[in-house]
Design a protein around this ligand. Structure first.
Ligand code: A8S
Length: 186
């Protein structure tokens, strides 16, 4: 399954001076909850732990640009990012970094979310992939390691926030939910 999704949505074509990779996370929350966080191009700080602020110029359609402020302690303060792809049917978000005071040039990423069953409950498979230039003075390995560490933090936090939201949804025991909804319908 994973391999098929990666082939279908995450096949970047890195050139010689670029690095590319994909990361996978399994989340114990329904796909709707996870997608509701991922799709908010205007509010990445809802789950991304390194982002302090975000402002969007535009109407959140393809081509909209967001200005992201990064928390202190990181090797950057701002990033300018363009919305490349937002598909609410297939659950795909694509962005491209077009500016900022960091070292990630020609960075673009795709994140997709897919329903799956985890321990017999609705869960979500999240896949995020990227391609980026290897900066002068760095190796491919170093660049990949740095970006993957950041994305892993984002995906871990996405899981934490989603799972908390799923818990707060206050799912009733199956029997109670069923009998009460049956009574309303009949
Ligand atoms: C994302 C992915 C990444 C964000 C990186 C890799 C970044 O926001 C941080 C540090 C940097 O040096 C680059 O989807 C940049 O957020 C946390 C400012 C772009």
């Amino acid at each position: 399954m994973e391999a098929q999704f990666i082939e279908r949505y995450h096949s970047h074509q890195p050139s010689e001076h670029q690095c590319s990779s994909s990361l996978v996370k399994h989340i114990k929350a329904p796909v709707d909850i996870v997608w509701s966080l991922v799709r908010r191009f205007d509010q990445p700080q809802k789950y991304k732990p390194f982002i302090s602020r975000c402002t969007v110029k535009g109407d959140l359609t393809i081509g909209s640009v967001r200005e992201v402020n990064v928390k202190s302690g990181l090797p950057a303060t701002t990033s300018t990012e363009r919305l490349e792809l937002l598909d609410d049917e297939e659950h795909i978000l694509g962005i491209r970094i077009v500016g900022g005071d960091h070292r990630l040039k020609n960075y673009s990423s795709v994140i997709t979310v897919h329903p799956e069953t985890l321990d017999g409950r609705p869960g979500t498979l999240v896949i995020e992939s990227f391609v980026v230039d290897v900066p002068e003075g760095n190796t491919k390995e170093e660049t990949c390691y740095f970006v993957k560490a950041l994305i892993n933090c984002n995906l871990k936090s996405l899981a934490d926030v989603s799972e908390r939201m799923a818990m707060q949804g206050g799912v009733l025991p199956v029997s109670v939910t069923w009998s009460s909804s049956n009574q309303i319908e009949t």
